[in-house]
Design a protein around this ligand. Structure first.
Ligand SMILES: *Cc1c(COP(=O)(O)O)cnc(C)c1O
Length: 368
């Protein structure tokens, strides 16, 4: 009889389901035989990549027969200069999802508890599940993290707490003061992972990066990415900032060559392209206003967001709305798997993409 390989997998892995990414444009067009569709489904940068970064990629391709610099020296220097962080606090990852996994693998044994919020980024659940941890999901407050309730959920078994600021898919955020008050309640042997994937978009005066608090809280690990505001999602590069002891542990778990040469070069280059980041953030700001105004005109509610996306309340089951938008060549993201069955998450696009979404959305809501 054939072996049942599912029974061989660890209990954690048996409970996993494959990650559902945003639908690629090519796939939709192949399936429906249409063209000219737009994707506002994965919080990608709509401007296209930085030309400076792409020139660096071109130049780096000639080194493709070589292994990359496993220490990521140049990029760490650039990050160090830009953010005032020491190179020995940086762990580079194949996207920040990679470092989120490294943190799980470094610290979790089956039976440990991992705390995160309802509606939080799905990768925290995946890390907990795949390492055999028990997920403690704390109910959200007004869609955002309820930090008091999360602190109250800590037990002797808690090993990691995942926070996202801002959170995806809700776009909610919390202040530096709230973060500091939270950290003061967390025992120092519980690792707090603060995911700052959308940090660059946040303009709120009360917002504070966790990096500013790490001197006082050595158990605070901050993760960041080049996938969003820096426009390098395809190249897969992100990093963690943590105290040197945690960084040393993460680098033991890390595959030696987890970040490739074009990614290292592009990330280093885009850090120097300040104009690109400014334009990304400005485009996002105006696009957010455009979408909010359009949604107001349609009488549709949304969750106020400080990210590069907005979760829109369809006022009904969102699945048929999503399906009809696909027919119109507009790909957005269903978030029913985040316990948000009435919402669709829409990435801020170029002005014409935002208009196209608004027009398609109005027409779909009317005919459904
Ligand atoms: C997009 C996103 C990431 C980044 O993932 P990468 O692996 O760096 O592309 C991390 N956290 C959150 C909350 C995100 O939305």
């Amino acid at each position: 009889m054939a072996c049942d390989f599912y029974q061989l997998a660890t209990p954690g892995v048996q409970g996993l389901h494959p990650y559902q990414p945003g639908k690629p444009v090519e796939e939709l067009e192949r399936e429906l035989g249409i063209s000219n569709s737009i994707k506002l489904a994965s919080n990608e940068n709509p401007m296209g990549p930085s030309p400076v970064a792409m020139a660096a990629v071109q130049a780096a391709l000639g080194e493709s027969c070589r292994y990359p610099d496993a220490s990521g020296y140049k990029l760490k220097q650039a990050l160090s200069e830009r953010y005032g962080i020491s190179p020995d606090t940086i762990t580079l990852g194949n996207g920040s999802n990679d470092v989120l996994e490294l943190i799980g693998r470094a610290f979790i044994v089956p039976g440990d508890e991992v705390i995160y919020s309802q509606h939080a980024f799905v990768v925290y659940m995946l890390v907990a599940q795949s390492t055999g941890a028990t997920s403690v999901v704390v109910p959200a407050r007004e869609w955002g993290h309820d930090l008091d309730a999360m602190a109250a959920a800590i037990t002797d078994k808690t090993r990691i707490i995942f926070l996202a600021n801002p959170n995806n898919p809700t776009g909610t955020w919390f202040s530096g003061q709230a973060l500091q008050a939270f950290m003061a309640k967390v025992p120092d042997d519980v690792v707090v992972v603060l995911d700052e994937a959308y940090l660059e978009y946040v303009t709120e005066a009360d917002y504070l990066s966790g990096v500013q608090l790490q001197a006082g809280f050595p158990n605070l690990v901050v993760t960041r990415t080049f996938s969003k505001a820096f426009g390098l999602a395809a190249l897969r590069i992100g990093y963690a900032v943590a105290n040197p002891a945690i960084t040393d542990l993460l680098n033991r778990v890390r595959q030696p060559f987890n970040v490739n040469i074009p990614a290292l070069e592009a990330a280093t280059a885009v850090l120097g392209d300040t104009n690109y980041l400014q334009r990304s953030v400005e485009l996002n700001r105006t696009g957010m206003v455009q979408l909010e105004q359009g949604l107001t005109q349609l009488g549709v509610n949304w969750i106020p967001s400080v990210g590069n996306f907005i979760s829109v309340d369809c006022g009904r089951d969102a699945a048929p709305v999503y399906a009809e938008l696909l027919q119109e060549g507009v790909i957005v993201r269903p978030v029913a798997n985040y316990q948000m069955p009435q919402h669709l998450r829409v990435t801020i696009g170029l002005p014409e993409e935002n208009s196209r979404f608004l027009t398609a959305f109005a027409s779909v809501l009317q005919r459904l």
